[in-house]
Design a protein around this ligand. Structure first.
Ligand SMILES: Cc1ncc(COP(=O)(O)O)c(C=O)c1O
Length: 429
């Protein structure tokens, strides 16, 4: 596959934008090639600037649950644009989306809209600190919660890919309030509570880890987290920026049947626009300004165009529960096909699937922890990624990311990808 226009654009982009991209994983650095510049998308497909067609398994890293350019997102958008794009004053659509989100997530009695997942998690932590009057937080190794200072400690996603466990520019003072525990290991959490009695404001966790590849939660671990945080007066925050409205309409908390104190959302709730949200128990959320003393604000927060696209998406998902059944069926198909190919080719690899979230790891170890994830052969992933790209599959350009599918993907798309996966694995033998 030729990608000359992409290559040229990248050379130009590198002159003006750090690394040529506006978010690090897009640079394709970990797969050792220049990035693909996208021209357009439709349904499950994207088309690059050279005219190549791919089945997209990134889906903008999760937001596009209905695929690219679905008319659902755009319903009423022309009219909304004609009325004006931002007012800095409240609009009716903000009330509508807040109502819908709180109905879908009963643990979120109140919700505040922001413009990204990073803002959502950063703000939720400030609220948890304000509410408890404590300073420290616990996060898990390999979990990513956006790029705010205190959360860039042993985070996942791009920071794993680049082998930078902690970003430079984060002060030791900030990092020292972030305690890091081991995902799926309750004893590591208990030890931190024992060492920091009465000091931990919040535990923040991805209820299904999606930023070290996919690691499924041990249900006893998650229930244990709920119990310890309740006993210790610590705020349990489920970061559902990926899992919210993806695993199920009610997110991971509905699937796991665990009620966190606070939840952060992003990605899908914006229908492809920059949106995040944080919310939770009323008594906690009442500490947020202007009701309480925890300051949080945003010029474009609750932007009416973004809210309308989000509302369109969430309303569709509420009214079409079959979307979730379809996502899971397609993920199961992918899982079974990949497993069969691994067996046939003898490549050392594992498939992890949780509901509609899937990941292929190049390791011979069962993947149930960050330690197991880190045994993956990233060189093998790079070769695999390139073979899959040339066969027309747009996979995440990193071993440590989830495969995202959408309602627009068909069984035939998945079957073709399974056939391509076989060929790509053969090349690794
Ligand atoms: C679980 C989780 N939390 C937070 C974020 C940050 O969201 P954003 O990139 O919108 O700032 C991400 C981004 O991938 C995420 O996966």
């Amino acid at each position: 596959m030729k990608r000359e226009k992409s290559e040229k654009l990248f050379i130009e982009a590198e002159k003006y934008i750090p690394g040529g991209v506006n978010s690090p994983v897009r640079a394709f650095k970990s797969v050792d090639m220049p990035p693909v510049f996208v021209d357009r998308g439709k349904g499950a497909r994207i088309y690059d600037v050279d005219g190549n067609e791919y089945t997209d398994y990134i889906c903008s890293w999760g937001p596009l649950i209905l695929g690219h350019a679905s008319p659902v997102y755009y319903e009423g958008i022309q009219e909304a644009l004609a009325k004006g794009t931002t007012f800095g004053a409240p609009t009716a659509v903000e009330v509508e989306i807040a109502k819908l989100i709180t109905e879908a997530y009963p643990s979120m009695e109140m919700v505040r809209m922001v413009s990204s997942g990073t803002e959502a998690t950063m703000s939720a932590l400030r609220v948890a600190r304000g509410y408890t009057g404590r300073n420290k937080i616990i996060k898990f190794e390999g979990c990513y919660h956006g790029h705010s200072d205190g959360l860039l400690v042993k985070s996942g996603s791009g920071t794993l890919t680049f082998g930078v466990p902690t970003s430079s520019g984060v002060t030791p003072g900030t990092a020292q309030d972030t305690l890091v525990a081991v995902y799926n290991d309750l004893d590591s959490v208990k030890a931190l509570f024992a060492q920091n009695p009465g000091e931990i404001a919040a535990v923040i966790v991805e209820p299904v880890a999606g930023n070290m590849g996919v690691v499924a939660p041990d249900i006893n671990f998650m229930k244990g987290l709920r119990q310890i945080t309740e006993d210790q007066g610590t705020v349990l925050i489920f970061d559902e920026v990926i899992t919210g409205f993806r695993l199920a309409y009610g997110g991971a908390q509905a699937v796991l049947d665990i009620k966190p104190d606070m939840t952060t959302l992003g990605k899908i709730i914006g229908g492809g626009m920059p949106v995040g949200a944080f919310g939770g128990r009323r008594d906690i959320m009442e500490t947020v300004a202007p009701l309480g003393g925890v300051y949080q604000a945003g010029t474009l927060s609750g932007n009416p165009i973004a809210m309308k696209m989000g509302l369109n998406t969430l309303t569709y998902l509420r009214d079409h529960p079959e979307v979730y059944q379809g996502l899971e069926e397609k993920a199961k198909l992918l899982e079974a096909g990949f497993r069969e190919n691994i067996k046939k080719t003898g490549v050392k690899a594992q498939v992890v699937r949780f509901k509609g979230m899937t990941c292929l790891f190049f390791t011979d170890q069962p993947v149930d922890s960050y330690a197991a994830v880190m045994t993956s052969d990233t060189g093998a992933y790079t070769k695999y990624f390139k073979a899959m790209l040339d066969a027309g599959n747009f996979l995440p350009p990193s071993q440590f990311e989830a495969i995202f599918i959408s309602a627009a993907h068909t069984k035939e798309d998945i079957e073709k990808t399974i056939a391509d996966n076989y060929q790509a694995l053969q090349q690794l033998v």
